[in-house]
Design a protein around this ligand. Structure first.
Ligand code: RIB
Ligand code: CA
Length: 315
């Protein structure tokens, strides 16, 4: 069974990923060993509260360790206009009953990497600051991790700029450390996540349930859909982080190419861009990760919706 550690900046789409993973755990498909948080969509105090609260709503006792407040070199650039001031669509949920773990995010990452050496899958849906700091503490971490699935980057497009994706752009220096670590990596970037989204007509089954749980889910989905409409003109909930979670469970949801990928740190217009070398020979370096380029969007959207419906119907 897949043993999973999550690094998140919860966040509406991070939250949807937690619902998906919780459902998978209830079906016995994975074991979620822990979750670490980082500043990203909102500041880390809030992403920690949100992660605790979502686990509580899912009736799962999964430890949450708080991580980095700031990227390695630059101030945090949060996105309350996408995720709400509280990171969860301005639903302003009551505080979680449980607090975060005493250990830090880096301590949790290193501890679990020893306890489950060779077995641990790491899913990151946030800036890579915690993972980079853990690698700086102990570069051998890379040898103990089975694989890392990263929601971040892209080959052909960007969201926070024409060429950069938010999780990588929020801490490019951290991304470079992770990309050069030697870990087995899969990059689930905007090329595939932009193909996987819900529009109003996809939500009818959830609307029909009409209880408190479905209302919460529809509120957060509605918030991010409107935010996306303001930014792009398309009213849709793009399922970035849930898709990366899906790829942890079902790698065949995406078709990948193994490529050399690095991060631009300096460009005036391109800082945070993932540079994917797709030439036949790659003089920049050895192929260091699988890059997702195609996705079975319908299969994944069905899986994700099933997980939300299951939780909402139990309410
Ligand atoms: O670019 C999409 C990513 O940025 C997602 O992880 C979202 O939650 C935000 O952090
Ligand atoms: Ca995220």
């Amino acid at each position: 069974m897949i043993k999973l550690l999550l690094d998140v900046d919860t966040g509406i789409d991070d939250a949807l990923a937690l619902f998906y993973l919780a459902h998978a755990q209830k079906k016995g498909e994975i074991e979620i060993l822990g979750s670490t948080t980082v500043g990203g969509n909102v500041e880390v105090g809030q992403t920690t509260l949100n992660t605790l609260k979502i686990w509580e709503m899912l009736e799962l006792d999964i430890p949450v360790a708080a991580g980095a407040k700031q990227p390695l070199m630059v101030p945090l650039n949060p996105a309350p206009y996408v995720h709400g001031d509280d990171g969860l669509g301005n639903t302003f949920l009551p505080a979680p009953k449980k607090g975060p773990s005493e250990e830090s995010a880096v301590e949790m990452i290193l501890r679990l990497s020893h306890e489950y050496a060779g077995e641990l899958t790491l899913l990151t849906t946030a800036p890579l600051t915690n993972i980079a700091v853990a690698l700086l503490h102990d570069p051998d971490l890379a040898k103990r991790i089975c694989k890392v699935v990263i929601m971040g980057g892209s080959v052909f497009t960007g969201n926070v700029s024409a060429v950069a994706e938010a999780n990588i752009a929020n801490d490019p220096e951290a991304a470079r450390i992770v990309f050069r670590s030697g870990m087995e990596m899969t990059l689930v970037g905007l090329d595939v996540t932009h193909e996987v989204y819900w529009e109003e007509q996809d939500l009818q089954a959830l609307v029909k349930i009409a209880n408190e749980r479905s209302a919460f889910l529809l509120q957060i989905i509605g918030f991010i859909s409107t935010a996306y409409e303001n930014l792009s003109g398309w009213k849709r909930c793009v399922l970035h982080d849930p898709l990366a979670a899906g790829v942890c469970l079902f790698p065949d949801l995406v078709k990948c190419e193994k490529r050399y990928v690095d991060v631009e740190l300096n460009g005036e217009l391109t800082r945070g861009m993932t540079v994917v070398d797709r030439r036949g020979r790659t003089p920049l370096g050895e192929e260091n990760m699988q890059v997702a380029l195609e996705v079975d969007a319908e299969r994944f959207k069905t899986q994700l919706m099933e997980s939300l419906l299951a939780w909402a119907r139990e309410g």
